[in-house]
Design a protein. Structure first.
Length: 175
């Protein structure tokens, strides 16, 4: 799974997801807790949590241990990160409410899907990016430093540093 190759979910992955579900219940219940308590919870499960990271509950993810957040990342309410492989979010990036970041993917051929096979492609979001509310970032996408993703956009292709994209599918917009 972590190598991005086809895999079939097994008992070990199911146990990891179950542990993450239990952790998410604790994290999402901590909305009124001080930032230090929420940070300690994030450090329990996520791969990397930089200084001054904020994730407003509710938050949802598959495993957590594939998520890397640099200093100053802000993630608003109701974010979903399907992290079957690595998700890296650069420093000071801001993510609006209800954003969905997907690394999980499925084979295009019917026989492989019927066999229960899956795979993942990593998502990398640079520093100082802004992802507008309800945007969807598809598997394998790289978003460059300082890029802006319009609210409600579906990002199907890489976004260059400093570029603004919007729409479905997201397309470059002038400044």
């Amino acid at each position: 799974m972590l190598a991005g190759e086809l895999y079939r979910p097994d008992a070990e992955l199911a146990a990891d997801q179950a542990a993450t579900k239990m952790w998410l219940v604790r994290y999402n219940a901590a909305l009124a807790e001080p930032p230090s308590v929420r940070r300690a919870l994030l450090l329990e499960r996520l791969a990397h949590v930089g200084a001054d990271v904020v994730i407003r509950p509710p938050f949802h993810c598959d495993y957590g241990y594939n998520i890397h957040l640099a200093d100053g990342v802000f993630i608003n309410f109701n974010c979903v990160i399907l992290d079957v492989v690595e998700v890296k979010i650069g420093g000071r990036t801001q993510i609006g409410p209800a954003v969905q970041i997907y690394t999980a993917d499925h084979p295009r051929d019917l026989a492989s899907r019927q066999a229960g096979l899956e795979f993942g492609r990593p998502v990398h979001i640079g520093s100082d990016a802004w992802i507008g509310g309800a945007a969807v970032i598809l598997p394998g996408i790289t978003i460059g430093d300082g890029a802006v993703i319009g609210a409600g956009s579906v990002v199907t292709r890489d976004v260059e540093p400093g570029q603004t994209v919007a729409g479905n599918p997201a397309r470059a917009r002038g400044r």
